[in-house]
Ligand binder design. Structure first.
Ligand code: LMR
Length: 404
């Protein structure tokens, strides 16, 4: 006979705990595609989902410049002692001219390393909330899925404004400007400089000029996200809007990522710059950012930033990185051209730039492409152009024609 105690144990039903109060959460649309893709056993499935660069063989390569810098670090690094919540100051200094241009600097702009562009955005959101909890953040629709979630995670209210019309593939600048007339002084707006995610469209220089003048006039703080610099029209051209806005507004936040242009995705390389009206305000922002970084991640991971610093501080490696980046950029532009030629109904993809286009497909068409053809894209119709290659582009083009 079993002792009574063990049967009693079986009877113990713990009272609902704290975790029982949680609601289940869905995967975000990007991670959902990844999940579906990874559970599909078909060998010829086509991955146009998450935004990573792929070469013509479908691989996401480690850049040669990165490999060389890593070898150098392995040979020469003598310690892995902590740095600080600000990360690697040499990395930020080396990246600044690439992002901000040669002419900008001084006491009214200051930057720090962050864990990826996501870390920079999350910290920027926390700073905005600290400066003004009533700040509303304006975000264009359709936009990058994580922008709104990141702002809301910091307690900020998000307000949508029109940005792009999917069926006609047009940038809605006038509609956007008229919606923005509702802004309040002290609100913020998330802008993307170059290679817009998910649409691939870009403001013209005149539109950037009008927008910057408006933001300055109405006291709106731009949060400029540049996650794909160099993969659209080139390193300087992709940053044109960012630099123009910085030149024409007193306060701004700049968030960048090294995931795509250095191919350092999982190493989490990013940076945040804050531009203020005077040295004192930037110093105050710096101390607050340090404190908030300390409570979010304490210190950013070192390796990827050290790789970028090594590349940019070594002229031969910097030249090699620029050449490798240009190869990636030209491959994407070529794929855009080839897709537009193969499916003339989607010829706008060749006028867009960067890794993404938002195809004028509805959810049923996207689902059909996935189930029938093993083609994976975000449910909105966003495709990662870099997922195409000589082998799968004709297959994709045929499948697209079959749903039109
Ligand atoms: C994407 O949009 O696919 C990338 O920026 C990856 C991500 O983290 O969302």
């Amino acid at each position: 006979m079993k002792p009574a105690m063990s049967s009693n144990r079986l009877d113990i039903r713990p009272a609902p705990g704290l975790m029982d109060t949680l609601d289940e959460q869905p995967l975000d649309p990007m991670l959902m595609v990844l999940h579906l893709l990874r559970s599909d056993p078909r060998p010829n499935k086509i991955d146009l989902g998450i935004g990573v660069y792929r070469d013509n063989t479908g691989c996401t390569p480690i850049l040669q410049a990165v490999k060389s810098a890593e070898r150098h670090l392995v040979e020469t690094q003598t310690s892995k002692d902590y740095l600080s919540p600000e990360g690697d100051a040499g990395f930020v200094a080396a990246l600044a001219p690439i992002v901000l241009g040669d002419g900008i600097g001084g006491e009214t702009i200051w930057g720090m390393q962050t864990p990826g562009g996501t870390g920079a955005l999350r910290l920027a959101a926390a700073l905005l909330h600290r400066t003004n909890p009533e700040c509303r953040v304006w975000i264009g629709t359709p936009g990058y899925v994580n922008h709104a979630m990141l702002m809301q995670a910091a307690g900020l209210e998000v307000v949508d404004h029109p940005f792009f019309d999917k069926p006609s593939q047009t940038l809605l600048f006038d509609a956007m400007m008229s919606a923005l007339h509702e802004v309040r002084r002290g609100d913020a707006i998330v802008l993307q400089s170059g290679c817009h995610n998910p649409t691939g469209v870009e403001f013209s220089h005149d539109q950037w000029r009008d927008l910057a003048a408006f933001l300055n006039d109405r006291g709106v703080v731009p949060v400029i996200d540049m996650a794909y610099q160099g993969l659209g029209a080139g390193l300087d051209e992709d940053a044109w809007g960012l630099r123009h806005v910085l030149d024409h507004v007193p306060e701004a936040l700049v968030c960048v990522s090294g995931s795509k242009n250095f191919g350092l995705y999982r190493d989490r390389v990013g940076a945040l710059w804050v531009q203020g009206t005077n040295a004192g305000s930037v110093r105050r922002a710096r101390t607050n950012l340090n404190l908030m970084a300390r409570t979010l991640w304490s210190m950013p991971p070192d390796h990827g930033a050290a790789v970028v610093r090594t590349i940019l501080d070594t002229p031969a490696l910097a030249a090699q990185w620029r050449a490798e980046l240009e190869t990636m950029r030209l491959r994407i532009a070529g794929l855009r051209h080839d897709l537009a030629t193969a499916v003339p109904e989607f010829e706008t993809v060749k006028t867009q730039s960067g890794m993404f286009s938002l195809l004028p497909l509805d959810r049923d068409q996207v689902t059909w492409l996935r189930i029938e053809h093993g083609i994976y894209m975000v449910e909105s119709g966003r495709i990662n152009i870099a997922g195409l290659n000589e082998g799968n582009l004709p297959v994709f083009a045929n499948a697209l024609r079959s749903v039109l």
